[in-house]
Design a protein around this ligand. Structure first.
Ligand code: GDP
Length: 479
């Protein structure tokens, strides 16, 4: 077991330079990119007054390591389908129409539960799993957390509106994820529907549908009249056959969280989609930073089930906390194991947050910027009560600096600090300066969560002094 010096500093939320110095005082000459052994690391950790967590990342992985399945153990599984497309092009309508079609087939007495995903059976007998949170925000955030659950993307394009900005985004997301698409040309019932125009527009985005001699299936549908929906389901079943989706039902389950919430009556509840294996009542599991024991499971028809196999969405009760969408659930053997892994992950996440938080002080941001390039730029976002103050601050900030450091105002505006400001600041790792204005509640919450620093001032000189101090501190304090 060994660790890179900068990683050690990061986990302790200490400055790399301080860690290098501490190592030096112990007679070890190591730069931040060098590796030190576990014993040395432990010594340093204790010197900084931190606690040594004995579970290592590799121990955690060992426990939940998924061994490869033997080919003969793999059985076909249902495809998992996400519906994407421009707003108002009919994503929700198509999901509802498909779900209703199933209900009218006589199943489940007409009661469906919105648990985040549902299954339908096609006329041809194929089972399909639909994620019923439309839009690519969910798709992307799940992917960002490491859960690739979607097998097929249905790209909905309204025939009266053709390709729009979010259509293009959806294409980009599907391509980035390497997930095949099927184009549903919707609203075909409308008098101004022009499906061929849609097909031609898609060409410009390198989506070549079958009718244009490409290999992307396209189906004309109307969510309103139901026209084309059976054909859409068959197109999905066909695509799914081509993909040869398989999983092993005879092993401990791995699943992905689709939705999770804290229910007043039932405690933390998560809808998970089984990716491999079978999840059973009584199974002990870790899921992200949480753990639990399956107390009960409900399917998308609100029925109690004792087990759920690959591609089946179920609501799980019995968690000790609320996980996040995209977290992966793994069944483990003992409660002690589950608890230990969850605790390890909680600690690691906390350390990471602390490190991120520390990095947003003006001084450290300057230092970081300096390390990255020859001229350090400190990006900032400025919000002020009146236009005059905003301009004065921008001018004052632009005067600070020299050949080596400078301040760059990313955005300046008048009014309270909002979530949009926080988003901008987060993306550029910038602090927000509030001059005689405050952040609204949602901006404060987001800033806290994303570790974006907000500094309040009412005197311009104080602000200038602070920024100058950060800049000159950097100049005199070379790492
Ligand atoms: P989403 O934003 O993509 O989920 O779109 P919605 O499903 O909410 O649909 C937007 C609007 O288009 C709603 O007013 C629907 O009633 C309407 N709409 C959806 N599909 C069709 C269709 O096939 N034909 C017609 N005429 N209207 C539709």
């Amino acid at each position: 077991e060994a660790i890179v010096v900068s990683e050690l500093a990061n986990r302790m939320a200490e400055r790399v330079a301080d860690v290098v110095k501490a190592l030096m005082q112990n007679g070890i000459m190591a730069t931040q990119t060098q590796t030190i052994d576990a014993d040395t690391a432990e010594l340093i950790i204790e010197e900084f007054g931190h606690r040594v967590v004995r579970v290592s990342a590799s121990d955690v992985e060992d426990v939940i390591q998924q061994t490869e399945d033997a080919p003969e153990d793999l059985k076909p599984r249902a495809p998992v389908i996400a519906i994407m497309g421009h707003v108002d092009h009919g994503k929700t309508s198509i999901l509802d129409a498909i779900r209703k079609a199933r209900v009218s087939h006589g199943e489940a007495g007409g009661i469906t539960q919105h648990i985040g995903a549902y299954q339908v059976e096609t006329e041809g007998g194929a089972t399909l799993t639909f994620l019923d949170t439309p839009g690519h925000a969910a798709f992307t955030s799940m992917r960002a957390r490491g859960a690739q659950v979607t097998d097929i993307v249905i790209l909905v394009v309204a025939a009266d509106d053709s390709v729009m900005p979010q259509t293009v985004e959806a294409i980009a997301h599907a391509k980035a994820a390497g997930v095949p698409m099927i184009v549903a040309i919707n609203k075909i019932d409308k008098h101004d529907a022009d499906p061929d125009k849609t097909r031609t527009s898609l060409l410009q985005h390198e989506v070549i549908v079958e009718k244009m001699s490409g290999d992307v299936q396209d189906v004309e549908v109307s969510a309103l009249t139901g026209q084309g929906l059976p054909e859409l389901l068959e197109a999905i079943a066909l695509q799914s056959e081509i993909l040869e989706l398989r999983a092993n039902p005879d092993r401990q389950a791995q699943a992905a969280v689709i939705e999770a919430k804290l229910d007043v009556g039932r405690g933390p509840v998560a809808t998970v989609l089984i990716q491999n294996g079978t999840l059973r009542q009584g199974d002990i599991f870790v899921v992200g930073e949480q753990w639990g024991k399956v107390r009960a499971m409900e399917n998308d028809r609100g029925e109690r089930v004792k087990e759920a196999g690959p591609s089946v969405p179920v609501e799980v009760l019995g968690l000790n906390g609320t996980p996040e969408a995209g977290d992966v659930l793994n069944v483990v053997s003992t409660e002690a194991q589950a608890r230990e892994i969850a605790e390890y992950r909680q600690n690691a996440a906390r350390d990471k947050r602390a490190a991120a938080g520390a990095a947003t002080t003006l001084e450290q941001m300057m230092a970081k910027a300096k390390a990255d390039q020859s001229v350090a730029e400190l990006p900032i976002v400025v919000k002020a009560d009146v236009q005059g103050s905003a301009e004065a601050i921008v001018q004052a900030m632009e005067k600070i600096g020299n050949d080596e450091v400078r301040v760059r105002v990313l955005h300046s505006g008048v009014g309270a600090i909002t979530e949009t400001d926080v988003g901008l600041a987060e993306a550029s790792n910038a602090p927000i300066i509030g001059f005689n204005v405050r952040a609204n509640a949602s901006a404060r919450a987001t800033a806290n969560q994303k570790s974006v620093e907000i500094r309040y001032y009412s005197i311009i000189y104080d602000l200038v002094d602070d920024v100058k101090a950060a800049a000159s501190g950097l100049l005199s304090n070379e790492v």
